[in-house]
Write a protein that binds this ligand. Sequence first.
Ligand code: UDP
Ligand code: MG
Length: 322
Amino acid sequence: MYFSTLMHPCLSIVIPLFNEEESLPELVEWIDRVCSAHSYTYEVIMVDDGSTDRSWSVVRQLSQQYPSVRGIRFQRNYGKSPALYMGFRAAEGDVVITMDADLQDSPDEIPELYDMVKGEEGYDLVSGWKKVRYDNALTKNLPSKLYNAVNRSMTGIKLHDMNCGLKAYKRKVIKSIEVYGEMHRFIPVLAKHAGFKKIGEKVVQHRPRKYGTSKFGWERFINGFLDLLTIQFTSRFGKKPMHFFGVLGAFTFLAGFVFVVMLIIDKLRFGADFGLTNKPAFYIALTSMIMGTLFFLSGFVAELVVRNAADRNHYIVEEETN
Ligand code: UDP
Ligand code: MG
């Protein structure tokens, strides 16, 4: 159903896409069918992430055909996270649903996801769970299971399928977090760190890719793991880096210092017979003390960076009175 520009749509569907020309008409037609059947006022925001095929002309055509379809086109391919970021910025619905463009996610899931966020349960975020998955078992499904287990234990968020493209959010959640780099894999973690606690999961249908090819290869697991370390680090120490580098630096420096003391004692005991530079302890002491000092210096530099960050005093206020 189309909505007047004066009204908020109740639902925004954000779709990042990169070279998916064949799937788009079918996808939009399906979304429209589902949303019309439920009388949702909705908008579909299609973010073309610098496609080199005909995707953009298809989006333009669809936005003529369906007034609820809006298109944003990047100058070049930036990645899925930047595409989601732009989609989130543009989204105006009370509930925001993200979905891949390749028809692997089914629009039939929309009503239930919508109800989980909007209804009594009132989830801040609901993540899809592709329990039965139609991707390559060896290169994707197995590593993904392992990867999700690591995610669960490191982040404490009990989701089976953190990186599922099909997710639903309260509007406030997507307006409070900032997806960047390749952090689309960790949106639930970003949401948790922003203070949104009601994170749920819904088993969703998954379908084999009908057209085109996957845009992510095996490097996703390496990059994903590195991003996981980054996100854990920045969430704990992002605003107080010295608490990390200082402690590390102090320990390393002190360890080196203990070796120095030991060496001095030995030197006093054995005098001229004691070949200082022949002893492993000498080198351990040297490297430890240099590394300790470097950790400290990194801490100071990081503090200077944080001090200059534009968002150093950015907090999400939930409520105020009077
Ligand atoms: N995508 C994108 N930019 C990119 C890579 C992918 O917008 O640089 C989109 C892609 O078009 C699809 C979604 O992200 O809509 C998920 O990509 P894909 O289906 O290739 O991932 P997979 O299903 O293999 O995990
Ligand atoms: Mg896909």
